[in-house]
Design a protein. Structure first.
Ligand code: FAD
Length: 400
């Protein structure tokens, strides 16, 4: 094998090619991305970068010379439009590029509001790419009114940035509570209170009926019949794995591009990693949307491209920054039956149990809780809930 092509120059694609070279792969590597910028980190887009506290050049994952110095052919601003697994080629513009092995790191796409409810109006923004955020930044001026649709992490982070900059923020969440899909009611309560303290008007159990306006958005009609005026709107309504190329090429897709334990797709010579890929997990499949997953899975695929035969075992963790709160999450809380709340030394953490087993932790301004939780999860240990809840318990003692 001498020629590896990677589609998608994001977190996973960049990690994959770096790992290949670090592990001594000496064949040709081409990394193709349709965005104009070299690979960059997305998390600051809804946090420090949008706040104006992080300069643009600090977003880049690696300096551009990194790729040149390692003889990685980084091609930005160009989309792959088709894959032909039989001929082992990809289409770039009107050219074909051959490969021996191909990796798909195409990420995900924001769920867009349909045109029928105002999805084509000016003044509606998504938070996915650097270009998206650069386009909305001029709207973030004190006193303006923003409507945020969706109370997941992206919507809440955008709300925090807007409130910090003195905008009037209304956030609507169709589900009964913010963060319903990803967190326990205790964590929703914590963040609802935090946002209320900063003047954000959070309305739960209320969806968007339609955006109003002729060419530019002027507000929205909500599902409870109320009408709201807004100078601009941000939709944080979730993402979908970008499986367009894979599906067109006949690869199996189940909630993302379906891969096996090693990152192989259903078609020989084609691999996938990151947001776009779902992998076997328990009796089903799992797809994660996080930086740690993109890096770890991409590095696993890189090792396997060099014959390592490694199984991808995720150790899920995630973070979110809102105002002066850093939330750190370890584990997966799917199917939790109980939540133990621990408050100690100004920090708060929520520990998820499935029956007697510890499965996840949400730690708010509690790096120690996060570290200990992550460690307990990797050790497969489940401390007694009563001990955890007791602020007098020294967390580290729970690992013994
Ligand atoms: P991406 O980084 O999205 O890269 C995929 C790339 O492939 C994109 O550039 C795409 O344009 C390109 N591409 C797709 N199709 C083609 C094609 N046909 N040809 C060429 N190029 C193509 N995660 C965390 O863990 N913590 C956080 O706090 C956090 N905050 C986030 C905040 C925001 C605003 C966003 C958007 C995401 C955040 N995430 C966070 C999620 C994290 O950034 C993603 O999980 C991660 O970027 C996934 O990496 P990826 O390489 O799979 O996809």
């Amino acid at each position: 094998m001498s020629n590896i092509v990677v589609i998608g120059a994001g977190q996973a694609g960049s990690s994959l090619v770096a790992k290949l070279r670090a592990d001594g792969f000496d064949g040709s590597i081409t990394l193709i991305g349709d965005e104009p910028a070299p690979p960059y980190q997305r998390p600051p887009l809804s946090k420090a970068y949008l706040l104006g506290e992080m300069p643009r050049d600090r977003l880049f994952l690696r300096p551009e010379v990194f790729y040149a110095e390692r003889d990685i052919d980084l091609r930005t601003g160009v989309a792959v439009t088709a894959i032909d697994p039989a001929a082992k080629t990809v289409t770039l513009g009107n050219k074909l590029l051959g490969y021996d092995e191909l990796a798909l790191c195409t990420g995900s796409l924001p769920r867009r509001l349909p045109d029928a409810i105002g999805g084509a109006l000016e003044g509606l923004y998504y938070v996915r790419t650097l270009a998206d955020v650069d386009a909305m930044e001029p709207e973030f001026r004190e006193g303006r009114r923003v409507l945020i649709v969706g109370g997941g992490y992206i919507g809440l982070e955008a709300a925090a940035v807007a409130a910090k900059q003195g905008l009037q923020v209304t956030l609507i969440e169709m589900a009964e509570r913010i963060l319903q899909r990803v967190a326990a009611p205790e964590t929703s309560d914590y963040f609802r209170t935090l946002h209320a303290r900063h003047g954000v008007d959070i309305r739960e159990g209320i969806g968007l009926a339609r955006l109003t306006g002729e060419t530019r958005v002027t507000g929205a009609e909500l599902t409870d019949g109320s009408v709201i005026e807004a100078d601009f709107v941000i939709a944080g309504t979730g993402i979908l794995p970008d499986t367009r190329l894979a599906e067109a090429a006949g690869l199996d897709c189940v909630n993302g591009i379906a891969v096996d334990h090693h990152g192989r797709t259903s078609v020989a010579g084609v691999w996938a990693a990151g947001d776009c890929a779902s992998f076997p997990h328990g009796a089903g499949r799992l797809r994660l949307e996080s930086v740690p997953n993109a890096i770890d899975m991409a590095e696993c695929v890189a090792a396997n491209l060099m014959g390592a035969g490694k199984t991808y075992v995720p150790e899920p963790w995630f973070w979110s920054d809102q105002y002066d709160v850093k939330l750190q999450i370890a584990g997966l809380n799917h199917g939790f039956t109980r939540v133990v709340v621990r408050e100690a030394e100004g920090a708060q953490s929520h520990w998820y149990y499935r029956d007697d087993q510890l499965i996840a932790v949400d730690a708010m301004n509690d790096p120690r809780g996060f570290m200990v939780g992550k460690r307990l999860l990797s050790m497969g240990k489940s401390p007694a809930p009563e001990a955890l809840a007791d602020p007098a318990t020294e967390l580290k003692s729970l690992m013994r």
